[in-house]
Design a protein around this ligand. Structure first.
Ligand code: GLP
Length: 320
């Protein structure tokens, strides 16, 4: 199935082109069925796409009330005494989505879902992990780890996280027929959502994650948190196997920081060290993989265009 890379001029052009792809997919899909499942991402990268998307929605190009959305991830350990406060924290991904998309829509989505990470109390989580070392294992390299809670966990709290927060989110997506189109951004080392570099691909559909230093450093650098100490160090996230179970995955990237993950994910064989490289496996299995990136992020992609073409990946350069 197709694997296409579209190289655009800049952030706004990337956002416009990506929004057109989403809107077209929604219109086409709604011709044949009465519901659309949209996968959403946070971060700076998709905010322009969301503005263009909201404009089309508010112009009546498609019916928002037929759309159900699922986000990729949510922090655990945001400041706040309870779930309500954590969800309303300005850096929560739930708050972000209201601010950057849901609040812009005149007619609301039928339903929105952001993984239920804010239900977890970080202190309780850390205490339970500490006193129940046999209930879980770490997977991954030194750069952020998946904390895999075992099926027979003795701790009621950990068993509840596995059942009601991780498994239940995946099951809800599956019950609704899977995601039609998933929007994703990419992290500094090529991670998707909070599936950090080095976490194995297989068997990790929903993750409880201890974040990578690099991810936390970028969150501080981008002004989301004042210091590494103030930043959450845990998250709930879809893993690559769930992200790439969508029918189409639309990856956006802009700016110099994304040069390496773009090149590595397209030039080399898939490896868990670069989670977005799973896109190659996804397209081989029949998924539609589309990158919409700006020319700054595409620097090495353009330099190596022939080698990338030889791997069966089409490049369309509309940046001039
Ligand atoms: C975080 C998010 C990812 C996002 C990444 C990059 O790690 N969990 O989903 O892709 O940041 O963010 P930005 O788009 O701001 O570069």
């Amino acid at each position: 199935m197709p694997f296409k890379v579209i190289i655009t001029k800049d952030f706004n052009h990337m956002s416009e082109v990506a929004a057109q792809i989403v809107v077209k997919d929604i219109k086409n899909t709604l011709k044949n069925k009465d519901a659309y499942v949209l996968g959403l991402a946070t971060g700076n990268t998709p905010v322009g796409l969301y503005k263009h998307f909201a404009k089309s929605a508010n112009a009546g190009e498609f019916d928002c009330s037929k759309i159900q959305s699922f986000n990729l991830d949510e922090y655990v350990g945001l400041p706040g005494e309870n779930a309500q406060q954590r969800a309303l924290h300005p850096e929560s991904y739930s708050f972000f989505m209201v601010q950057e998309l849901f609040g812009l829509l005149e007619k609301k989505f039928k339903e929105t879902n952001v993984p239920w990470g804010t239900l977890i109390d970080q202190e309780s989580l850390l205490a339970e992990l500490n006193v129940n070392p046999n209930d879980w294992e770490e997977q991954g390299a030194d750069k952020g780890k998946a904390i895999v809670i075992k099926a027979n966990a003795q701790s009621e709290y950990l068993a509840w996280i596995r059942r009601e927060i991780l498994d239940a989110y995946r099951e809800k997506i599956e019950r609704n027929g899977g995601i039609d189109l998933q929007v994703v951004g990419v992290g500094g080392r090529g991670h998707v959502a909070f599936h950090e570099s080095g976490i194995p691909f297989e068997g990790n559909k929903m993750l409880l994650v201890k974040l990578d230093e690099n991810t936390v450093a970028n969150a501080v650098k981008d002004g989301h948190f004042s210091s590494k100490e103030q930043s959450p160090w845990y998250a709930i996230s879809m893993g690559v196997e769930l992200v790439y179970s969508a029918k189409t995955v639309l990856l956006l990237a802009n700016g110099d920081r994304k040069v390496e993950p773009m090149a590595e994910s397209l030039l080399n064989d898939p490896t868990p060290l670069v989670p977005i490289s799973y896109g190659q496996i996804f397209s081989e299995k029949g998924g539609t993989m589309i990158y919409v990136i700006d020319k700054a992020a595409a620097k090495k992609v353009m330099e190596n265009a022939n080698r990338i073409n030889q791997r069966g990946i089409d490049i369309e350069n509309i940046s001039n």
